[in-house]
Design a protein around this ligand. Sequence first.
Ligand code: 6CS
Ligand code: FE
Length: 303
Amino acid sequence: MTDAATRADDYPSRVSGDPARSTRLDPVVHGSPGDGPLSPGALASFERDGFLVCEELLDPDEAASLLADVRRLTTDPGVAASERSIVEPNGGAVRSIFDVHRRDPSFVALAVDPRLLGIARQLMGSDVYVHQSRVNLKPGFRGQEFYWHSDFETWHVEDGMPRMRAVSCSVLLTENHAWNGPLMLIAGSHRWYVACVGETPDDHYQQSLRKQEYGVPDDASLTRLTEEGSIEVPTGAPGSVVFFDCNVMHGSNGNITPHPRSNAFFVYNSVENALVEPFGGRAPRPEFVASRDFSPVASGGGR
Ligand code: 6CS
Ligand code: FE
């Protein structure tokens, strides 16, 4: 393995006091229409926007059952005591529960469901493994925001993800309304890499998973992205799924309504894009945030 200090880095970030942006060097769609369920039109839409909404890919009753499982997890003392459970910065409400694809049976099954896996493999053009999974609760009244960010910027700098060849899959478990903190994405932003300023603190994940302040874009870069592409807010019913590129700029507002916005996320990384030493030069983040089990996911029976 090349020495981390001397290897080339095509996507440097948090190395200068000045923000910068560069053109994406990697393809967006790595597979083709014959590789999976997405039509040429759907592939073109993902290529153009950096995300794709699949309405009610799962049945509402499946989503309801998953939500009941989430509710049980949030009241499980063992889960609450583990580092994979993250609480909101403004008190004790559970914000996220990580690593559900390895720990919690219904999410273990969902992670290998052919309805998700078929699309992930087609977009990645290869076998995939799960880099990270989580449920973001976005509870009513107290669910805080997730500030604008590119996931890839964090996964490259802090986890050692070499290239932009990973896709997130957000499964809606509750109704995502315009007003209860839905995911917001800047269409087309995935084509640019925004290098962030500031130096990553030690054990940054202990702060960033609650409120991210490093690895976030500067105001001018973010403004420019919104002038070039629209802010899209995919709303939908439980069971709908949003697939989004690892580098699309996204975030979500806080939730002051009584209605939780709970989604499950699976990050499928190409087996040809396995993690190396973090490009930020710090120690790798723990397994519950960044899996180093690169074995390809085998499709479960699914429905
Ligand atoms: O640091 C991470 O990996 C997590 N943070 C955010 C805001 N999105 C991606 C991921 O869950
Ligand atoms: Fe994110």
